[in-house]
Design a protein around this ligand. Structure first.
Ligand SMILES: Cc1cc2nc3c(=O)[nH]c(=O)nc-3n(C[C@H](O)[C@H](O)[C@H](O)COP(=O)(O)OP(=O)(O)OC[C@H]3O[C@@H](n4cnc5c(N)ncnc54)[C@H](O)[C@@H]3O)c2cc1C
Length: 539
């Protein structure tokens, strides 16, 4: 297979134009259309250049060697052999261990670990504290409508994990030498995600489609002999002689297992307290605190796409930014949701947590993003204690809850007022999307002073790159505190806990991922490690 890169065409190009360009680059006017397929499509938005699409195309030819010899050297990297994209781990055969592997959590890390172990014939059992996606969605919608909070069925807990109610952005900056990212995208597409996730450089699914995908993934795990038990919270790890021997559930039932994948996400604070009590090695790590920021999507489309704003092929525009402040603390956009909603995402009562989500169509009036400030362990008290970051988050979330009025409305402020250091009493043109509603206030009352300062200082710089970002009536909603885990459960080269054999910490909660794809990829890595150590016949 030959790969052609940087095939650039105008946004409104005709379908045939790409075929003509492929033929031209290969100097093969007679090439048939079925000889090539698009590997990737990106929007090329370099400053000073016209907005255009940039395609990467893979071509299947019989005389590849001769063509590469003729064209590769002079192509300036545009033409080369296509890299191997196969996920080789699935080619292995595995024998199962004494007990079936157990996975705690059905977020992306747990589900993809489960799917791989099931495909390898190891019949994993997955335990999920929350409900299946359907009933979970009803609880979450009710919470957003009325403020009726369910501690075990919410935006963080339940089938699909934290990403179920999300924009479903499916990109990551992690390296992918073993093709795990590609494998995750292939599995998602095979289970009902839009096929375009396999070619778009910035793929997304949207909450509406994700729920269907989850149902199909669940069915595949069942069909392959795996099991998923919902409303089954793990309360204890059973430990003997420095190794895991099983788990205990909230019901009191015990399940024997020599290999437990712990993929509980960053909000399973009770699990981290339990690990600390067991003496499982953990360390504090940096995380972030901030707010959501909302602007009109039409404004973001204009700033990003200029005259092409609103073009059907482009959809709603996204943005990202990073700003390094005077003390080298970074301020950055997180989980930007074009045409989305700001949502309540707490997993604990009487705490307020914001995040963002979109449907596949991304057709809501506002664009929103986390507006985050890096928090380092030295920024909060007792930072030698791995649980100190978690306590700091809790304290801020409780303050935000009180500031919002104590009924799950979120505290909110206009950006212009935030910059001037005065509370908001009246909104401008931008309407906050948060439900059940917001309380207009002064966010300095719930944000740490160093976060306020870093956000305020970054605004002029960001607005230079993203005109309109600093508009007076942009809405800030607080508090965005769960963008990543405040701790890491340390693991060795074999991906097992450094203090407890048989425990495989995985995904975002354990500190090894930040997002849907990287969590799913970490789930695959850990499952590969589990499969590699499984040996004796199954029970
Ligand atoms: C609203 C929102 C929007 C987001 N949008 C995006 C996005 O667009 N793109 C992106 O890449 N990332 C997004 N994220 C982040 C992404 O969802 C997470 O990075 C990802 O889900 C982490 O995967 P995980 O499997 O490690 O953990 P999680 O997804 O958190 O899953 C952990 C699972 O473990 C279960 N669990 C916890 N404790 C126990 C226990 N004791 N017993 C049994 N089960 C337990 C939980 O119920 C949960 O289902 C978003 C997050 C949120 C909240």
């Amino acid at each position: 297979m030959i790969r052609l890169r940087q095939l650039r065409l105008p946004i409104d190009h005709k379908e045939e134009a790409l075929h003509a360009l492929v033929c031209k680059k290969l100097r093969m006017p007679g090439l048939t259309r079925d000889a090539w397929h698009i590997h990737q499509r990106a929007v090329d938005a370099r400053k000073g250049k016209p907005l255009q699409f940039s395609y990467t195309v893979d071509v299947q030819l019989s005389e590849e060697e001769a063509i590469l010899e003729r064209l590769e050297k002079r192509s300036r990297g545009q033409i080369s052999r296509a890299p191997d994209q196969h996920y080789h781990f699935l080619d292995q055969s595995c024998s199962s261990g004494t007990h079936r592997p157990v996975i705690i959590g059905t977020g992306p890390a747990g589900l993809f670990a489960g799917l791989l172990l099931a495909r390898l014939g190891l019949k994993p059992i997955l335990f999920e504290r929350g409900k299946q996606a359907g009933p979970r969605a009803r609880d979450v919608t009710k919470f957003w409508r009325t403020g009726a909070f369910e501690p075990e069925s919410n935006v963080q807990f339940g089938e699909g994990g934290a990403g179920t109610f999300s924009d479903g952005k499916l990109y990551t900056q992690i390296k992918d030498r073993e093709n795990r990212c590609r494998q995750v995208l292939r599995e998602l597409a095979a289970h009902g995600a839009p096929e375009d996730i396999l070619v778009n450089a910035r793929p997304h699914i949207g909450t509406d489609r994700l729920i269907l995908v989850l149902r199909r993934l669940r069915e595949t795990i069942f069909d392959l002999g795996g099991e998923i038990r919902y409303e089954s919270k793990m309360t204890d790890l059973l430990v003997e002689g420095g190794a895991v021997r099983g788990i205990r559930l909230a019901s009191g039932d015990e399940v024997r297992a020599d290999q437990v994948i712990l993929a509980v996400g960053h909000s399973a604070r009770d699990v981290f307290e339990h690990l600390a009590a067991l003496g499982v090695p953990m360390e504090a790590k940096s995380f972030s605190i901030g707010t959501r920021i909302e602007h009109p999507q039409a404004m973001i489309d204009r700033t990003q796409y200029g005259r092409w704003a609103g073009h059907a092929r482009l959809g709603s525009a996204a943005y990202r930014f990073v700003h390094h402040g005077r003390d080298k603390r970074s301020v950055y956009s997180f989980c930007m949701c074009p045409g989305g909603l700001v949502v309540g995402a707490t997993s604990e009562p009487e705490r307020l947590v914001t995040n963002g989500m979109s449907s596949y169509a991304r057709d809501e009036a506002n664009a929103n993003a986390g507006f985050m400030v890096e928090v380092r362990p030295g920024d909060f008290p007792n930072s030698d204690d791995p649980l100190a970051g978690m306590r700091f988050q809790r304290e801020l979330e409780a303050k935000a809850f009180q500031l919002g009025g104590g009924d799950y409305r979120a505290p909110a402020q206009m950006l212009g007022d935030f910059v001037k250091g005065k509370g908001t009493s009246e909104l401008g043109d931008v309407r906050p999307s948060f439900r059940p509603g917001v309380t207009l206030t002064d966010l300095r009352e719930c944000l740490p002073p160093f976060v306020v300062k870093a956000l305020q200082e970054s605004i002029p710089n960001i607005a230079r790159r993203l005109p309109g970002f600093d508009r007076h009536d942009a809405i800030l909603t607080a508090i965005e505190s769960r963008s990543s885990s405040p701790l890491r459960v340390t693991r060795g080269d074999d991906l097992q806990s450094t203090g407890l054999r048989g425990l495989y910490p995985a995904g975002e909660g354990a500190g090894y991922a930040g997002g849907i794809i990287s969590a799913a990829v970490d789930g695959l890595r850990v499952a590969e490690a589990v499969a590699a150590t499984a040996s004796s016949p199954s029970q």
